[in-house]
Design a protein around this ligand. Structure first.
Ligand code: S3P
Length: 731
C-alpha cells in the first residue's frame, strides 16, 4: 500500500500498527520518530524489528513518508501538529489514533486554522493494560473496531487509504462524526475507566487495604482490570473529553443513590429488577457487539446413551415474542410467566424497551410489562437490532409501518440474508413505506405512515405465520378491514393472543380479519414449553433404545403438533397426557418411549405444522428402517440456514444417504456414523446433529453452536442430564 510509513510515537499502539503493517505487508519501510528522551525506546523498537529505522529529527522522519501515523498521547497533539506544520506535505496522508476526536480536531484547527484535508482522524478500539513497544502485537487490531471520523472537507481518497490501512491490519472499520464518537466513547470506555480508578482508589485508601486486596477475588479483578492502564494517558483522555464524561458521571451518581435508597428501604423486588435489567442488557450486548468476535462453541458428542427422566423445556419462542408485543401495546399491566429467556425473544424485549416500554424482568421466566397502549410507542433513538430473529423482524415491520415515527430494523448475518419482500410487498400495498436492500433483505428502513395505511385482502402465496401476523399487526393501524388467507394452516398464536387481550379478530376457515377498531386490554400470559424445543427430545427418545422420557407442560396447539403426528406415523411411541388449556392455549405432558421407526412419505399437509422440526425429523428418518421422503417444504431453504442443503450435507458427512430435492429430501434410513459437521450458525441444525449422537456409531463434532442460545440456552445441560454424552468446548 505504502512505500514508507512513519510512526510518530512508537509505543504500544504505534508499535502494534508498525508490526501489523509489516506482518500483513502493507508497506515497504517503517520509520519511527521520537524525541531525544525516547532514544532508548526507539533503539528497542529497531532491535525488535518493529521499525526499520528511526530519526530524532521530525523533518527527516517524515520527509519521504506516504503515510504519517500520529500515535502519541492525545494531550501532545497540539505540539505534534505545530512541529509537523513546516513539513506538512500534500503528497502524504496523515492520521492519528487518539481516543478523543474533538480534542484532536481542535488542536489541528489551532495550528492550521482549518483541519488539513489530508488528515484523517481515526481511533482503533483496542489496547492493553501494558504500554511500551515491548508489548506491541501485530494482531492487536484483528477483528477490533476502528472508527474513522472524517470531517466535511477531508479528502475522500485519503479516507479510503486510511480505511484500507486499518482493514489491512484486520480491523472492522466504521464511520462516525467527531461529536458522536466522543459521546459513545465517553460511555463505553472513558466512564468505565474512571469508575475503575475511583473504586481502587477508594478501597486502596481504606485502613484494611491489605485485607481487601488479599481477599479480592474474581469480581474485584474483573471490574478493576482497566485501573492498571497508563495513568497519564487516562488523565489526558478524561480531561480532553470532560464535556461528555461529566454528565455521565452525574447519571452514575444518581443511579448509585437510587440503589442505596433501595437497599435502605429493603426493596428487594426493585433491586432484583434493576439487576435483571442489567443482566439482560449485558447478555444482549455480548451477542450484538461481540457476535463476530465471540468464542466459537463446539459440541462434542460421544455415541450412544439414552434419554431418561423428566424435563420441562423452556418457554415457547413464538408466544414469548407475541407476549412482549401485545403486552406492550395493551392498556394496563401484563404479567408473563414461562417467558423464553433466549436471545431471539430478548431481542424483541429490548426493541420494545427501546421504544419506551417499561418491562421488568425477566426473572425466572417472569416479566411485568407496563403497557403503553396501542398508540403509546415512542420513536427508538437507534436502529432496532434484532439479532437472529426472523419473527421479531417480520412482525415488527408490520407494527412499525403504521406508527407516527420512522425506524430501522437490523439483524445479524443470517437474518440479513433472509427474504423480507414477503412482508414488505403486501405492506406496501397497504400504503406502507419500507426500504430494503436491492436483494429484498434487511436492513429495513421504515417510514411511519400513521393514519395512512389501508386494509387489504391478501391471499398469502406461502404458508407463513410470520407474514400473517405481520399483516394483522399492520391491520390494527389501517383503515378498513385487513384480511389474510393462508394456503394451509399455520400457527395461530397471534390470533389467539389478540383475542386473549380482547382485540376483535375474526377467523373464517383459512381467512383471518382484523381492523383498527379495537383496544388491547392487559391480560396475564402463561407461556407453555416450546414443542419445537421438545422435538429434539421426542426424536432423541424415539431413536435411542432404552429411552423413557416425560416432557412436562408442552404447548400442543394443533397448528404446532405436526412433529408428533409425523413421528407417530413413523412408529414412535408418544403419549399425550394430562391435556388442559392454559391461557387460551392447549398444553399437555408428553411421554415418549423408544420404539423402532420406519421410513414414510411425509404427508404434505403436515409440513407447515412441523416447519421448525424438520432438521431433527431428518435425523429420525436417518435412524428409521427404509426410505423417508419429504416434499412441499421449500420454505426450509429460507430459514436461519438453508435447512435442506445444510442437513443433507451434514447427514452425508455422517454416512447417511440423504438426497436433497428442491422442496425436501429423500433419506435412506440405516445407521449414522461419526464425523465433523457444521451448523452454519443455525440453532436447530446444531441441536439436531447433537441428538444424532444417540444413535451414531462414532463421535460427532458439531461446529458453530453459539446460536443455540437464540432459542434454547439450557439445551446442552438438559440433554446431558437426560443421558447424552455431550461436552461443550469454547475456543
Ligand atoms: C414463526 C413462524 C414460522 C417459524 C418460525 C416462527 C412465528 O416462520 O418457522 O420459527 O413465530 O410466527 P414462517 O412464518 O416463515 O413459516
Amino acid at each position: 500500500m505504502f512505500d514508507q510509513l512513519t510512526v510518530i510515537g512508537v509505543g504500544l499502539i504505534g508499535g502494534s500498527v508498525a508490526r501489523a503493517a509489516r506482518h500483513f505487508g502493507l508497506c515497504q519501510r517503517i520509520i519511527g520518530y521520537g524525541r531525544s528522551a525516547d532514544i532508548q525506546n526507539l533503539e528497542k523498537a529497531k532491535e525488535l524489528g518493529v521499525i526499520d529505522d528511526y530519526s530524532l529529527s521530525l523533518e527527516h522522519a517524515v520527509k519521504n513518508a506516504d503515510c504519517v501515523l500520529i500515535a502519541t498521547p492525545v494531550a501532545s497533539l497540539l505540539d505534534i501538529f505545530a512541529a509537523l506544520k513546516p513539513y506538512w506535505s500534500q503528497q502524504t496522508i496523515y492520521t492519528d489514533v487518539g481516543s478523543t476526536k474533538g480534542s484532536v480536531v481542535k488542536a489541528a484547527e489551532q495550528v492550521f486554522g482549518t483541519v488539513p484535508t489530508n488528515f484523517v482522524p481515526a481511533h482503533p478500539i483496542a489496547g492493553a493494560e501494558q504500554s511500551g513497544v515491548e508489548a506491541a502485537l501485530y494482531d492487536l487490531f484483528l477483528n477490533r473496531r476502528l472508527i474513522i471520523t472524517p470531517l466535511e472537507n477531508t479528502q475522500p481518497s485519503a479516507v479510503t487509504q486510511v480505511k484500507s490501512l486499518w482493514e489491512g491490519c484486520g480491523s472492522l472499520v466504521s464511520f462516525m462524526d467527531v461529536q458522536h464518537h466522543d459521546a459513545v466513547l465517553a460511555a463505553t470506555s472513558h466512564l468505565p475507566h474512571l469508575l475503575a480508578f475511583a473504586l481502587v482508589n477508594m478501597l486502596g485508601h481504606k485502613d484494611e487495604q491489605s485485607e481487601i486486596f488479599k481477599y479480592a477475588a474474581g469480581g474485584f479483578r474483573d471490574f478493576t482490570r482497566i485501573a492498571s492502564s497508563d495513568p497519564a494517558m487516562w488523565r489526558d483522555i478524561c480531561s480532553a473529553n470532560k464535556s461528555e464524561i461529566i454528565p455521565l458521571l452525574q447519571q452514575t451518581k444518581a443511579q448509585l443513590d437510587a440503589l442505596q435508597q433501595l437497599l435502605e428501604q429493603d426493596d428487594s423486588q426493585q433491586i432484583l429488577n434493576l439487576f435483571a435489567y442489567a443482566n439482560t442488557a449485558r447478555q444482549r450486548f455480548l451477542t450484538q457487539f461481540e457476535g463476530n468476535m465471540s468464542k466459537s462453541i463446539t459440541f462434542q458428542v460421544l455415541p450412544g446413551g439414552k434419554l431418561q427422566g423428566e424435563a420441562r423445556v423452556p418457554g415457547d419462542k413464538s408466544m414469548s415474542h407475541r407476549s412482549i408485543m401485545l403486552g406492550s401495546l395493551a392498556d394496563g399491566v401484563t404479567h408473563v410467566k414461562g417467558f423464553l429467556e433466549a436471545e431471539d425473544a430478548l431481542a424483541t424485549l429490548q426493541a420494545f424497551r427501546d421504544m419506551g416500554v417499561e418491562i421488568e424482568g425477566p426473572v425466572d421466566g417472569c416479566l411485568t410489562i407496563h403497557g403503553v397502549g396501542k398508540h403509546g410507542l415512542k420513536a427508538p433513538k437507534n436502529d432496532l437490532y434484532l439479532g437472529n430473529s426472523g419473527t421479531s423482524m417480520r412482525l415488527l415491520s408490520g407494527l412499525l409501518a403504521g406508527q407516527p415515527f420512522n425506524s430501522v430494523l437490523t439483524g445479524d448475518k443470517s437474518l440479513s440474508g433472509r427474504p423480507m419482500k414477503r412482508v414488505t410487498g403486501p405492506l406496501t400495498s397497504m400504503g406502507a413505506e419500507i426500504k430494503t436492500t436491492e436483494l429484498g433483505t434487511a436492513p429495513l428502513h421504515i417510514t411511519g405512515k400513521a393514519g395512512h395505511l389501508t386494509g387489504i385482502n391478501y391471499i398469502m402465496p406461502m404458508a407463513s405465520a410470520q407474514v400473517k401476523s405481520c399483516l394483522l399487526l399492520a391491520g390494527m393501524y389501517a383503515e378498513g378491514n385487513t384480511s389474510v388467507t393462508e394456503p394451509a394452516p399455520t400457527r395461530d398464536h397471534t390470533e389467539r393472543m389478540l383475542s386473549g387481550f380482547s382485540y376483535p379478530v375474526t377467523v373464517e376457515g383459512s381467512k383471518v380479519t382484523i381492523n383498527a377498531n379495537g383496544q388491547l386490554t392487559a391480560s396475564d400470559i402463561d407461556v407453555p414449553s416450546d414443542i419445537s424445543s421438545a422435538a429434539f427430545f421426542l426424536v432423541g427418545a424415539s431413536i435411542a433404545p432404552g429411552s423413557d422420557l416425560l416432557l412436562k407442560h408442552v404447548g400442543i396447539n394443533p397448528t404446532r403438533t405436526g412433529v408428533i403426528d409425523i413421528l407417530r406415523l413413523m412408529g414412535a411411541n408418544i403419549e399425550v397426557l394430562n391435556e388442559r388449556e392454559v391461557g387460551g392455549e392447549p398444553v399437555a405432558d408428553l411421554h415418549v418411549v423408544y420404539s423402532p421407526l420406519k421410513g414414510i412419505d411425509i404427508p404434505e399437509h403436515l409440513v407447515p405444522l412441523a416447519i421448525d422440526e424438520f432438521p431433527v425429523l431428518f435425523v429420525a428418518a436417518a435412524c428409521a428402517e427404509g426410505q423417508t421422503r419429504l416434499s412441499g417444504a421449500e420454505e426450509l431453504r429460507v430459514k436461519e440456514s438453508d435447512r435442506i442443503q445444510v442437513m443433507a450435507d451434514g447427514l452425508q458427512i455422517l454416512g447417511v444417504d440423504a438426497q436433497p430435492t428442491a422442496d425436501g429430501m429423500v433419506i435412506q434410513g440405516g445407521s449414522i456414523g461419526g464425523g465433523v459437521v457444521i451448523s452454519h450458525g443455525d440453532h436447530r441444525i446444531a441441536m439436531s446433529f447433537s441428538i444424532a449422537g444417540l444413535r451414531a456409531t462414532a463421535p460427532i463434532t458439531v461446529l458453530d453452536c453459539a446460536n443455540v442460545n437464540t432459542s434454547f440456552p439450557e439445551f446442552k445441560d438438559l440433554v446431558k442430564r437426560l443421558g447424552l454424552d455431550l461436552t461443550c468446548e469454547e475456543a
